[in-house]
Design a protein around this ligand. Sequence first.
Ligand code: UDP
Length: 337
Amino acid sequence: MSGEILVTGGTGYIGSHTVIELLKADYDVVIIDNFSNSSMKVIDRIEKITDKRPILINTDLLNKENIYDVFEKFSFSSVIHFAGLKAVGESVNNPLKYYYTNIASTVNLCEVMTAFDVKNFIFSSSATVYSAQNKMPINEDGNLGPNNPYGRTKLFIEEMLSDLYQSDSNWKITLLRYFNPVGAHESGLIGESPNGTPNNLMPFITSVAVGKQKNLKVFGSDYNTKDGTGVRDYIHVIDLAKGHVQALKHNCEPGIKTYNLGTGKGYSVLEVVKTFQLVNGVNVPYEIVDRRPGDIPISYADVTKAKDQLNWNAEKGIIEMCKDAWNWQKNNPNGYN
Ligand code: UDP
């Protein structure tokens, strides 16, 4: 296959699972990461799973000269850009850090790509770019309007990439809007390893199950949903990773294309908790507390476009998501630490 695939943020949660799927599909992979929220150990684990060792470059995308040097050494055919900050709460408290890190690093990356005439780009976006007012399921034409700085960095980058394509129609750009990625590789060797107390539902459930947290706080039981708790479109991280491989294969024509990556099904918080307890035979005590500010009642994807155009759909259901999340956590109670 001609040219390596550059994966920024390739040791992070979604990045590392995508690297595995890329290696399995016989791509040569080069990872750039600054390890701000990931571990070097991921590389050994990837090698253990795939028998291949991706090339790793420890550098920061905010340092443009370093990226330039990396591009001089390789001849990339495409870039998959995961690197970025992603904690919603932190973005509210420190918006400038988020705007600077996420946007400036993407500007640098695209400038260097332009200089080397590498114009195939897959961007890691998020369903948080959609406005809370949309009807569900939501397709790619839904109204946009994120309600926190993190989501706005994703939207601004999407718009910047669209402007970039308007200015130079050689670019081939795919924007992937993720719903709620959960689970882990079935080996239990790689998974999500959040710093400190987890913010997201599944890592919080696993940390309760492993005894690190006393109980799960269920944020609100008075939403207009099946059981009153929030409903989300959880997607197994391996399905999501495979979606990137399909996006890469289909990113052949100049233009900018956008896809939702989800399962198209919504599960409530209590459904996830109950399924997790049942399939894993562990107890997850919980209490109902107030709604979390900024949460929306329901979010799930219309995934027709990805199915039709990328020949991709999620194959793993909520049972595998719960099993694999627990398999990872119980084998690695402290994540990579
Ligand atoms: N949630 C919860 N307790 C937690 C974390 C999350 O009840 O400790 C709920 C949250 O209100 C939402 C769902 O779980 O309805 C998914 O939240 P998460 O933070 O994982 O993802 P989001 O969809 O908010 O990005």
